[in-house]
Design a protein. Structure first.
Lengths: 308, 836
């Protein structure tokens, strides 16, 4: 990502922040700006996150409580405490290596696959604990859909790709499968492009189509949360636009947690944005407010591209 | 650049190998020819009615015996008459004569007197001093007539004299007053037998057996003789009397095609056992009848030009008294006109036939193939005789007064594609068969070069070793790449790869000297292993589930130890159930059972049905029972669910066993007993042993390549599948394996290539019997082992030598084919992997 691009995108957002129409809030953010959090974080101190009030009114689909994670001896997440609101799009932003993907992967316990990982704390999906000892990980993952940075369609037909989550559940009814396939492909705004070639290989699609195919696959099993890890980073602007439109359409129907490096994208598609730094949640609030009027100087610096 | 050069060099080297193989093999299939050598006029004019003709092995002298009893020797290149002997007794010409194909044995009859003697060639060296002056200066390699023989100056400068030698001792009288009309003699290592038919229809037989007392060295002759009255048909005395090589049969044949066979194994009591019609229609006449070498196969020629070869077979239910049946095993390509003469080779199964019109054709009887054809020059006149020279290098014919000599250029008369690839009816076999047998103790043995048993052996070795090795290697690769901890895998993989570095000669040695004798005594236990080991693993996995959750999680890292324990547990279980299983399925004695002597076919069905029913039950359970169980018992406590799962396993095993047994019993009840097909008589060195040991050779290769292919599947696909809620097993089955399919396939192909070409293991452990038998308990001989065994003793450029090269070429083609498929698939796989 180029700095110029970021500056272009964040300047207009930062401008109203300095003009300060809301004095009280401005004052508090000015206060907050001075406490040098990033340095403290870097020095290993714990600093509580700045969480906007707007989140309190939201109903949580996912609750994260005092969540810590270690890769071996190295701690990658520190006391993350946040809720993901239901039916909304939540963006995770932060400099590279700050733990966004790690956090996202914890939600469907994909981190179990990594041997050295150790966690402490709790996560709850609609009230059900994710990390409690008796949890069936497979069942848990079925309640979520995940889309990765790089499109990863399976080397099988488009149809089979979409209905994969049902197949592994042992669904055989052709009618059900076809119906789900169409619904998911429509949901992923891919139906019109592929409806005549459902039996062709998923690999024959373009990169953007492949990513939408993966989204179709992720929503085929009607997930409670949709986890998107930089879904557009491998795509060109046009394909990115389509995916963003798609996320807009999915809003409301699905609760979406999206990791992105693209500030513009975060500001365009998300309702809430969380800013992370070195494994800490720094600031979390509703997107327009965070972008236009961050409470913390650090957030503003990041949004304006002064670091990261 | 260097790489290109290297690649081109490799291609060049491989092509050169191929070209070299072809270079040696192609002469097998080159057409043969008859080339005129000489055609001198016989000195003294055309001989009379020729009974027999012969030539010496240097093609210098030809001789002709005529019906009037004169024996004339000619110099073949000039036609000069060298000598003339009268075969007579008391001035009488012989009433019957017979001449053996080789060794020069002759039998003559004068009235009721029988004279057994010999006519052969004598080679002596003459001192120069004894020679007339003009011959002393004979240049090296030149020949000249000297006395009654031919003098040749050898390369060493000696004078070699070659002349016809006739030895006829005093005749002996038959116990009959009637004149002998037909006579034949056979000399074998057991002694001399002759048969004579007198005009009154008495068939006389006399056998002289020589016994040597091993202590005193004294030789005793024992004479056994007997006779039988032949009921002569209206046609009178037969035209031919032929005595088999071992003296065990006499054939009388009449001109109308009737042949009577007498069993003369007991010389004192000859017995008519069979009558056969040698011609097709009543109009046809039998015009020629001759033995092939070994005096077992008779070749008949008739007036329609038909040529057939007859020999005795021993079918299961022969209608004859001696249990043998004379059959027309071969039908040779017909002659244009009536067959006038037959001349058999004295060293191979070739026979030459001539028609009255002067058409001369040379056949190889066993392969039913015309080796060469030639027309006698018209100017020569009517044919009198035809004979193949002792070294099979020339054909001598008498036409008019001409001595026609053709050189036979047929180094490999018996090899045709049909004789190599199709069943061939060899003398003494009951039916056409695929046989490879390149050597034997006897002289008149026919080499049998059917490649099919060897190709079959190669396929059998490949099949059984892949049956054993491929699933094991594939499953191991899937396990280590998908389920095993990377750290453990880092140890396991090199260990398995070390297996590949075991020299195959060591493996073969182990298999032959340690493993084969060991397995022989514990066959039921070894068979039980195939069931108990998988069962032990499954049981172990289910028992593991019974552990309380936290404990299982804690012990998770020691899971591989559990697997290490399951193996000996399976072996122990096999040890325990081996005997009971033997009693239950194999009538208490598996070897006798395999021979088909005792018990029923259920056990044999179990060999195939048990794996199949296990697969069927697994499919049933995974697609119907398990989803249902998840739905109804998914929320049960862990222990309860694990118990249910264990119950499912045990029920499934019982079901599979029951299903297999039930089906096997049904099939057995229907009368199908598979013993004698894929299972059968136990041989110590067998395909089971080879399959197991060859596993050591193919498993590491298949394993390594498969593991690489599986590891090459992008991690993102696994993540995608797991993220969608698939279990690691589902991920492996539905995503990873299909993605890596072509890689797995090429791994199999490379393993297959290794199994096809493997030599030492099969050489040492497969018993090397070239039999066509799928029986897993029988041995086999592969192309590669055959080459290794026989090439050292094959004479360069002989048919045998070239056939071994053909075997090598076949092997080359097979491995090339397999590897090409593997490569093509691998390239496709690379392209697809590139897309991901
Ligand atoms: N498998 C792993 N083993 C050890 N450390 C890891 C592993 N994966 C990530 N980390 C470390 O954890 C930290 C967080 O990584 P993570 O991938 O979550 O960052 P991220 O915010 O997603 O970065 P990016 O924006 O570049 O994707 C990093 O310091 C990284 O080095
Ligand atoms: Mg990331």
């Amino acid at each position: 990502m180029t700095t110029s691009n970021q500056e272009l995108s964040t300047q207009p957002a930062a401008a109203p922040a300095s003009s300060g129409p809301a004095a009280g809030r401005h004052a508090s953010s000015v206060n907050a700006r001075r406490d040098g959090r990033l340095e403290k974080i870097a020095a290993g101190e714990f600093v509580p996150a700045e969480i906007h009030d707007s989140l309190r009114s939201e109903q949580a689909v996912l609750e994260i409580e005092k969540f810590n994670l270690w890769y071996g001896a190295k701690q990658a997440l520190f006391d993350i405490q946040m809720i993901i609101p239901r039916g909304k799009v939540t963006a995770l932003i932060g400099p590279s290596g700050c733990g966004k993907s790690t956090l996202l992967r914890c939600v469907n316990r994909m981190n179990d696959l990594i041997d050295s990982v150790r966690v402490a704390g709790q996560m709850r999906l609609n009230g059900d604990s994710i990390f409690a000892s008796g949890v069936d990980v497979i069942e848990l993952r079925k309640r979520m859909g995940m889309v990765f940075q790089k499109p990863n369609p399976f080397p099988m037909s488009i149809f089979e790709n979409v209905v994969y989550p049902l197949r592994i559940d042992g669904e055989r009814n052709r009618n059900v499968l076809e119906e789900v396939c169409e619904r998911s492909l429509r949901g992923a705004a891919l139906w019109n492009e592929v409806k005549d070639r459902l039996q062709e290989s998923g690999l024959s699609l373009s990169g953007g189509q492949q990513q939408r195919l993966c989204i179709a696959r992720a929503i085929a099993s009607d997930p409670e949360v949709l986890l998107l890890d930089e879904p557009c980073s491998a795509l060109d602007p046009l394909a990115t636009g389509k995916i963003e439109d798609l996320i807009q359409e999915l809003r409301g129907e699905y609760s979406i947690l999206i990791v992105t490096h693209n500030m513009q994208q975060a500001s365009r598609v998300s309702d809430y944005t969380a800013f992370m730094y070195l494994g800490h949640l720094v600031e979390y609030g509703d997107t327009p407010e965070l972008f236009t009027n961050p409470r913390l100087k650090e957030t503003e610096d990041y949004l304006t591209g002064r670091f990261g | 650049m260097l790489i290109t050069l290297g690649g081109l060099g490799t291609i060049l080297a491989v092509s050169l190998v191929c070209v070299f193989l072809l270079w040696v093999v192609v002469p097998l299939f080159l057409p043969s020819s008859l080339v005129p050598l000489s055609g001198a006029s016989a000195g003294g004019g055309a001989p009379g009615q020729v009974v027999h003709a012969g030539a010496d092995e240097y093609l210098r002298i030809g001789w002709v015996a005529t019906a009037d009893g004169s024996l004339t020797a000619y110099r073949l290149d000039t036609g000069e008459q060298l000598s003339r002997t009268a075969l007579s007794h008391d001035g009488r010409p012989p009433s019957a004569m017979s001449f053996a194909l080789r060794d020069g044995h002759v039998a003559l009859a004068f009235g009721n007197l029988v004279q057994l003697g010999s006519i052969d060639f004598q080679t002596t060296f003459v001192e120069a001093a004894e020679l007339p002056a003009e011959l002393r200066e004979l240049p090296v390699g030149e020949i000249a007539t000297f006395g009654q023989g031919i003098l040749e100056r050898t390369a060493e400068g000696q004078f070699r004299l070659q002349q016809l030698r006739v030895e006829l001792p005093e005749p002996a009288a038959l116990k009959s007053d009637s004149e002998v009309a037909l006579i034949d003699v056979s000399v074998s290592s057991k002694g001399t037998v002759f048969a004579a038919l007198t005009r009154d229809g008495q068939l006389h037989l006399a056998q002289v057996t020589q016994r040597k007392n091993l202590l005193t060295g004294e030789v005793t002759n024992r004479l056994r003789s007997g006779s039988v009255q032949v009921e002569l048909p209206a046609a009178g005395v037969p035209s031919y009397l032929k005595l088999a090589g071992l003296g065990d049969a006499v054939f009388l044949a009449w001109e109308d095609g009737l042949l009577q066979r007498f069993d003369t194994r007991n010389a004192t009591r000859p017995e008519l056992v069979e009558q056969v019609d040698l011609v097709e229609t009543p109009e046809d006449k039998l015009t020629a009848l001759a033995f092939l070498i070994g005096k077992t196969t008779l070749v008949s020629g008739d007036s329609a030009g038909r040529l057939r070869a007859w020999f005795r077979i021993k079918p299961d239910e022969a209608p004859t008294a001696d249990g043998a049946l004379l059959v027309a095993g071969h039908e040779l390509p017909s002659m244009a006109g009536p067959v006038a003469f037959l001349g058999a080779s004295s060293r191979s199964r070739m026979v030459a036939a001539a028609s009255d019109a002067g058409q001369v054709r040379l056949f190889h009887v066993t392969s039913e193939h015309e080796v060469a054809e030639r027309q006698a020059p018209d100017a020569a006149g009517a044919m009198h005789a035809l004979t193949i020279a002792p070294k099979d290098d020339a054909l001598l014919a008498l036409a008019g007064d001409r001595l026609l000599l053709w050189s036979i250029d047929a180094p490999h008369p018996q090899t045709t594609w049909a004789s190599i690839l199709r069943p061939v009816w060899y003398e003494g076999y009951n039916a056409p068969e695929h046989v490879w047998q390149s050597s034997s103790g006897t002289d008149d043995f026919e080499e049998k070069y059917g490649l099919v048993p060897l190709v079959f052996g190669t396929l059998k070795a490949t099949f059984y070793s892949m049956l054993f090795g491929a699933p094991l290697a594939l499953l191991a690769a899937i396990y280590t790449s998908e389920f095993l901890h990377p750290r453990a895998k880092a140890r396991v993989k090199p260990t398995i790869e070390i297996m590949a570095s075991l020299p195959s000669v060591v493996l073969g040695f182990l298999a032959a000297l340690f493993f084969a004798p060991l397995v022989e005594n514990i066959v039921p236990q070894c068979l039980a292993l195939f069931v108990t080991i998988p069962f032990a693993y499954l049981l172990g996995a289910h028992l593991w589930q019974l552990l309380p959750g936290p404990m299982a999680a804690y012990l998770g890292r020691f899971r591989i130890l559990g697997m290490v324990v399951a193996l000996p547990a399976g072996v122990g279980l096999a040890w325990l159930i081996g005997r009971p299983v033997e009693r239950w399925l194999f009538a208490g004695d598996i070897k006798a059972w395999l021979d088909g002597q005792i018990g029923n076919g259920i056990g044999a069905w179990m060999f195939v049905l048990l794996p199949l029913s296990c697969l069927a039950v697994t499919w049933l359970i995974t697609s119907f029972v398990t989803p249902g169980m998840r739905r109804y018992a998914g929320t049960w406590p862990r222990l309860q669910f694990a118990l249910l799962d264990l119950g499912k396993l045990l029920a499934g095993c019982l079901l599979a066993a029951g299903l297999a047994y039930g089906l096997g019993a049904t099939l057995d009840g229907l009368g199908w007993d598979p013993r004698g097909t894929y299972v059968g008589t136990y041989v110590q060195r067998n395909a089971l042993v080879v399959g197991f040991i060859m596993g050591f050779a193919v498993i590491p290769i298949i394993y390594t390549i498969s593991d690489d292919a599986l590891s090459a599947v992008p991690e993102s696909l696994r993540a995608g599948s797991l993220g969608a809620g698939a279990t690691p097993w589902q991920t492996a089955i539905r995503v990873v394996i299909p993605t890596a399919m072509s890689g797995l396939f090429s791994a199999m192909m490379v393993g297959l290539g290794r199994a096809v070409g493997e030599t030492m293991i099969v050489l040492m452990a497969a018993g090397n019997t070239p039999v066509l038998d799928w029986n897993i308990f029988n041995g086999f001989r592969t192309l590669s082992a055959n080459i290794a065994v026989e090439l050292p003793e094959a004479v360069i450029d002989s048919t045998h030598y070239r056939m071994l090269f053909l075997a090598a070429l076949s092997l080359f083609v097979m491995t090339f084919f397999v590897n090409t498929i593997a490569e093509v698939v691998r390239l496709r796989f690379r392209k697809r992997a590139f897309q991901l």
